[in-house]
Design a protein around this ligand. Structure first.
Ligand code: BDR
Ligand code: CA
Length: 317
């Protein structure tokens, strides 16, 4: 599928995920980018329970033809809070109730945080971590391994928002699931790119666009079919389409300013508020500034170029 051999220096990537329908699309894109060298995938509880996200991640990796990439099991629940799933969007099984053949790849026994740390060490400061679920696995890895921040080149987070929320009026779902974990990650000192709702809500794919995508090949058709459950939910709530939240985070390390625009900001995660729990408070729209800038917050996306990239990459299957 890819012409990775001809690329001189590929970007070592780790993918932490809670598949998840948009996670599935993100993973399809991840494996279609020849510039990426995917070192591992870790599953976390989020959209559905951990047993399901782990199984989905394993089956998706196999479905996309990459059984050589190891998949690790992570945290079954947030650090302090009760788990909170999103089956109303992702279906009971997390993949819009579509089924995939069971992967026959060997089951990895190492915990996600240990595997991530080892991959970071091996990549000698070059590993890019793309995290598109609640940040529990990442926070556990950072807490266990004090040297990890220096070993990571960048953490790309799908999560947060400078403005509104989707899990509450204040908070985006991934941060809302485990704000304590998110707070640890934002304070880690690792360069962070925040792919939050400010940008991802500009990426809505209409039913017609999803259908067109589905006609590309069986892989794209699976992604289109899996999206139907969440699409019906969105439509019932006045949004006629599906936002490509997680796919944007996968595309950022390669496309950067070609597709996206943003600003450096101070970002802090609210962990105490009753109404504002999980809000990523930024100093972007404030007279008062935080005394730190710890994240690059994406605010704009060229939707046309984004869809073109998604289509081109999916055509590789
Ligand atoms: C995020 O929440 C999850 O439901 C999606 O997979 C995405 O990671 C969007 O808020
Ligand atoms: Ca996700």
């Amino acid at each position: 599928m890819t012409n990775a051999d001809s690329i001189e220096k590929r970007i070592p990537i780790w993918f932490d995920t809670d598949p998840g329908v948009d996670d599935a699309m993100a993973m399809a894109l991840l494996f279609a980018i020849p510039e990426y060298d995917v070192k591992g995938v870790s599953a976390v509880a989020g959209n559905v329970e951990l047993d399901k996200t782990f199984e989905n991640a394993r089956n998706l990796v196999a479905f996309f033809g990459r059984k050589d990439v190891p998949v690790y099991k992570g945290a079954a629940r947030p650090l302090f809070r009760e788990p909170r799933t999103a089956t109303f969007v992702h279906g009971e099984n997390g993949l819009g109730n579509m089924t995939l053949p069971a992967s026959d790849a060997p089951v990895e026994k190492k915990p996600a945080w240990d595997a991530l740390y080892e991959a970071a060490k091996a990549a000698e400061g070059e590993l890019v971590l793309v995290a598109v679920g609640p940040l529990t696995n990442v926070a556990l890895a950072l807490s266990k391994y004090g040297s990890l921040p220096k070993l990571l080149k960048e953490i790309v987070i799908m999560g947060g928002s400078a403005k509104w929320g989707n899990a509450s009026p204040a908070a985006e779902a991934n941060i809302f699931c485990d704000a304590e974990a998110a707070s640890t990650v934002f304070q880690s000192g690792v360069p962070i790119t925040m792919c939050g709702l400010d940008m991802t809500l500009q990426t809505t794919m209409s039913p017609a666009e999803l259908d067109r995508m589905g006609q590309l090949n069986p892989t794209a058709k699976f992604l289109r079919d899996a999206a139907q459950h969440g699409l019906a939910y969105s439509q019932a709530h006045g949004v006629d389409g599906m936002a490509l939240h997680d796919p944007t985070a996968v595309l950022w390390p390669l496309y950067r300013g070609d597709i996206f625009a943003g600003e450096e900001a101070g970002v802090a995660v609210e962990t105490k508020g009753t109404i504002t729990y999980g809000k990523t408070v930024t100093d972007l729209y404030s007279d008062k500034q935080f005394p730190f800038k710890n994240a690059f917050v994406l605010l704009e996306v060229d939707k046309e170029k984004l869809f073109e990239a998604v289509t081109d990459l999916l055509k590789r299957y």
